[in-house]
Design a protein around this ligand. Structure first.
Ligand SMILES: *Cc1c(COP(=O)(O)O)cnc(C)c1O
Length: 242
């Protein structure tokens, strides 16, 4: 194991301990929470180190970076589940449908249609989470950061979930949310848990709640997160994007 792998291994242990403590505090079992390592801006060598350290769920947020990295890691014979977590342009959907196992950031009908076409063309099934906008009830124009982070309005979640459920090649797995930068993560994740329960009541297989990142995974786990998406706390700070 090289030095970088040892360093990542230590961060990974710390994050796993945080998850275990948060589960203890919430009366949940740690195996109920899946850790997805977000590897954006980090090299494929880090993806391989993570897989060798026992992390099999890898997340990326940009198609042009994700595709070659996921394909290179798989070409070494390593098995991984690929999660696409970033804002997704409709014209990139067919590409993402070729390598992703789950897309967390589905927030509009046209994207549902494009992913369904792409998955059909690739002869694959694709897991889908409906991304829920968690900004407070303020007008969207007042919160550009939240608007950038995307997500469908809570009032429209069930309608979008129905479109996914009625698709030919998409499997509705649940919901995803990102807490607003300037708000209370517990309040935001409580809203997410509420709409997640409504989705699950209608579609019992849609059990996932993807919520929580390096800074707020405890709040997310307290609110029922089944999948946490952690980058910085495992891999260190990212190179700034151009
Ligand atoms: C980058 C990213 C994460 C991980 O964020 P960290 O703060 O580095 O843990 C989680 N979710 C999404 C959608 C991201 O883009």
């Amino acid at each position: 194991m090289d030095e970088r792998a040892q360093w990542i291994g230590e961060r990974l242990r710390e994050v796993r301990e945080r998850i275990t403590r948060a589960c203890d505090a919430a009366g949940r079992a740690p195996h109920e929470v899946t850790l997805i390592a977000i590897t954006k801006t980090h090299p494929v060598a880090d993806v391989e180190r993570l897989l060798d350290l026992g992390v099999s769920d890898i997340g990326e947020n940009r198609d042009q970076e994700a595709r070659p990295k996921i394909e290179a890691a798989r070409a070494t014979g390593r098995l991984l589940r690929a999660h696409f977590v970033g804002q997704l342009q409709t014209n990139k959907a067919a590409s993402v449908a070729q390598y992703a196992d789950v897309v967390h950031s589905v927030d509009r009908a046209r994207l549902v249609a494009a992913l369904d076409r792409g998955a059909l063309a690739a002869g694959r099934r694709l897991g889908v989470l409906v991304e829920v906008g968690l900004a407070d009830g303020t007008p969207t124009g007042a919160q550009p950061s939240a608007a950038e982070r995307g997500g469908v309005a809570i009032a429209d979640v069930l309608q979008l979930a129905a479109l996914v459920a009625d698709s030919a090649a998409l499997d509705l797995r649940g919901v995803m949310g990102i807490a607003p930068l300037d708000g209370d993560p517990l309040a935001a994740f409580t809203r997410l848990a509420d709409i997640a329960a409504q989705v699950r009541a209608r579609y019992p297989a849609a059990t996932w709640i993807s919520a929580g990142m390096s800074g707020d995974l405890e709040a997310a786990i307290a609110c029922g997160a089944t999948h946490v998406r952690v980058g910085t706390a495992i891999l260190g700070s990212r190179e700034p994007l151009r």
